[in-house]
Write a protein that binds this ligand. Structure first.
Ligand SMILES: Nc1ncnc2c1ncn2[C@@H]1O[C@H](COP(=O)(O)OP(=O)(O)O)[C@@H](O)[C@H]1O
Ligand SMILES: [Mg+2]
Length: 277
């Protein structure tokens, strides 16, 4: 049976302000979905809500993984269920080395029933795997000794997110602007790596991927089966690869013209935006 992540009529508020106004999205394992849309339309909010970020309050609708209620799970249970998100702006964890972080995360995700304090993946086995993955991503192994995202450049943060993806091999991955801050060569490598990781994911089946991006490069090796457009907190259009191409070439004017109601919601959301600091 195909494994699925199913989102129905999802409403999400942040600090009491409605951001998502009824999102419907089904991702089957093995499918690649592109999520595009203007800044501030709610793309990251959707990802954060799926992951269970406490600042994002689900006020309506459902999220299910293989028929199980995701909204009932805390963030770590969601990770154990096989959901992963590479963050647009990853958090720094000073004092925690990337390698230690990955060893704990990988252990927990691979042994969903593990209790706190029980054995981690044996060090030798973990080191070998980490070294291999870092090699594939052309990362210096020294990098794993640094504190998680602490003083990382934009590009280093994104590479660390891809390393996490490679080590955790989730069933469903949300990649939130994983191409931002990477130079041309690094995006190319990221695109290839993501495609390779998707093939060798847990259980031998491919990942279901939701790629949030404004550009073409990540999608080059990860051709979207579906492209969705977010505007004013709703998915206003779904198409194929050609829709992604239209958007990264021409932008969103056509989308706004075709969806005036959501365009108005977008304009109102922008008006309420606090002044940039
Ligand atoms: N943690 C947050 N605190 C306050 N406002 C937020 C937060 N996250 C998102 N928002 C607001 O929600 C709206 C959608 O943001 P976001 O989901 O980040 O859009 P996108 O990823 O499409 O650029 C914006 O108006 C943004 O200011
Ligand atoms: Mg975003």
């Amino acid at each position: 049976m195909t494994e699925t992540l199913v989102i129905k009529d999802l409403h999400v508020s942040v600090e009491g302000k409605p951001i998502l106004n009824g999102v419907n999205l089904t991702i089957n394992r093995g499918e690649t979905h592109a999520l595009m849309g203007p800044n501030g339309s709610g793309k990251s909010t959707l990802g954060n809500a799926i992951m269970g970020h406490p600042s994002y309050e689900v006020t309506g609708g459902t999220i299910e993984i293989n028929g199980e209620d995701v909204l009932d799970m805390d963030a770590s249970e969601r990770a154990r269920a096989g959901i992963f998100m590479a963050f647009q702006r990853p958090m720094a964890i000073p004092g925690v080395k990337l390698a230690d972080f990955l060893r704990h995360a990988a252990t927990n995700v691979r042994n969903p029933d593990r209790k706190e304090g029980e054995d981690l993946i044996p060090m030798r086995e973990f080191r070998k795997e980490l070294k291999e993955k870092m090699g594939q991503l052309k990362m210096d192994t020294e990098f794993a000794r640094r504190y998680v995202n602490d003083g990382f450049s934009g590009g280093e943060m994104k590479r660390a997110e891809i390393l996490q993806l490679a080590m955790l091999r989730p069933k469903f991955a949300i990649l939130d602007e994983t191409d931002s801050g990477l130079d041309v060569d690094a995006v190319k490598l990221a695109s290839q790596s993501i495609a390779a990781i998707a093939q060798e994911t847990e259980g031998g089946t491919e990942m279901g991927i939701l790629i949030i991006t404004h550009h073409d490069k990540l999608l080059e090796q990860n051709t979207p089966d579906f492209t969705h457009v977010m505007l004013g907190g709703r998915l206003v259009e779904t198409g194929g690869e050609e829709l992604a191409r239209e958007l990264y070439t021409n932008g969103y004017d056509r989308i706004r013209a075709d969806h005036p109601v959501e365009a108005r919601v977008e304009a109102e959301m922008q008006d309420e935006e606090p002044a940039a600091v």
